[in-house]
Write a protein that binds this ligand. Structure first.
Ligand code: TYM
Length: 329
């Protein structure tokens, strides 16, 4: 059976972009594949969280994963830093990753613009650590949103390079996966770009209905279509994209037709979106609260996940060490 792996950074709560770009696919995948889903807490250190924020963030995302329906009996759910083997594979792979290619990574270029006072080496080698996450379990399928496509491509490159360098056929090739459909990009509410944690343009699964309402009612729009069947303007297309995920197909159709005939009222569109997003997130928010208050359950699930994930990681590291030439005397 093929192995699936994906992760999420514990910086801020899960938003609709995380959910519809990645987590939604995890749910079907855990039924059909050997799955590893983890919380990328090593990766989150690139933004220097305080110890309290780091710990709180990991716990929150762990509870959110479970509230979304990830099932610890079906998938291996774990915390990245519970696997020191990942850090070792990252070190080994980094000898084999070139500064030039890392500097050309789109996310690196974006990050150094965003945090010019903190351009640490971890930001540069971020894709190497991500490759270690993926190939340590020999995953071939990686459910991610569109924004992570290049990172998965780099993981593939590093896996192939390792095989080539040591003349082995050891690591299989990982590929992004969305059940044959295109990877998803959920836009932000600010009219441009993707919904993101650091962009401040997101709707979180954990948002209270009042916050959802405020955010959607404030979302960027334009002055409206001026002629029939004109191409939908970017900010409105973005609202339609979110609607496509949370609303009934005929609701979306209704508003698209209203747009095409220039009769659309953005206030009505937004009200509908508030209603549908709230309906979608409310049961999840309630489950997050229930799960978060059950410390012993969270501890049990984290221990179980760490044990299962370590077993697989240990095996890989042992074999990789031998391939490289670290052999006991
Ligand atoms: P992160 O934490 O930024 O996002 C987690 C997942 O959510 C997806 N995503 C989106 N999808 C569609 N539209 C959006 N607006 C949107 N925003 C986020 C991301 O594509 C991702 O699938 N580097 C990763 C974490 C990671 C990882 C891995 C992922 C570390 N190691 C190994 C896969 C495999 C990240 O920062 O995701």
């Amino acid at each position: 059976m093929e192995t699936v792996l994906s992760g999420i950074r514990p910086t801020g709560n899960l938003h609709l972009g995380n959910y519809f770009g990645a987590v939604k696919n995890f749910l079907r995948m855990q039924q059909e594949y050997n799955c590893y889903f983890f919380i990328a807490d090593y990766h989150s250190l690139t933004t220097h969280p305080t110890p309290a924020d780091l710990h709180g963030g990991v716990k929150q995302i762990f509870a959110e994963y479970l509230a979304c329906g990830l099932d610890p009996e079906k998938a291996t759910i774990y915390i990245q830093s519970d696997l020191p083997e990942v850090a070792e594979l990252y070190l080994l792979l980094s000898m084999n990753a070139y500064v030039g290619e890392l500097e050309r990574t789109v996310t690196f270029k974006e990050k150094i613009k965003k945090q010019p006072d903190n351009i640490n080496a971890g930001l540069l080698t971020y894709p190497v650590l991500q490759a270690a996450d993926i190939i340590i379990h020999k995953a071939t399928k990686v459910p991610v949103g569109k924004d992570q496509e290049q990172h998965v491509e780099m993981a593939r490159k590093f896996a192939n390079r390792f095989n080539h360098m040591y003349k082995v056929d050891y690591f299989p090739e990982p590929h992004p996966f969305n059940f044959g459909d295109n990877l998803v990009k959920i836009p932000g509410l600010d009219g441009s770009g993707k919904m993101g944690k650091s962009e401040g343009n997101g709707i979180y699964l954990y948002d209270e209905p009042s916050a959802i309402k405020k955010k959607i009612m404030r979302a960027v729009t334009d002055s409206g279509p001026t002629e029939p069947n004109q191409e939908v303007a970017e900010p409105i297309k973005n609202l339609f994209t979110i609607m496509e995920q949370v609303s009934a197909p005929d609701t979306l159709q209704y508003f698209k037709e209203k747009y095409a005939s220039c009769e659309i009222r953005y206030g009505d569109l937004k009200k509908q979106l508030v209603e549908d997003v709230t309906k979608f997130t409310t049961p999840i928010r309630e489950r997050i609260n229930e799960i978060k208050s059950d410390e012993s359950y969270l501890t049990k699930v984290a221990q179980m996940g760490a044990e299962k994930a370590r077993e697989s990681a240990r095996k890989t590291i042992k074999e990789v060490r031998e391939i490289i030439g670290f052999k006991p005397f």
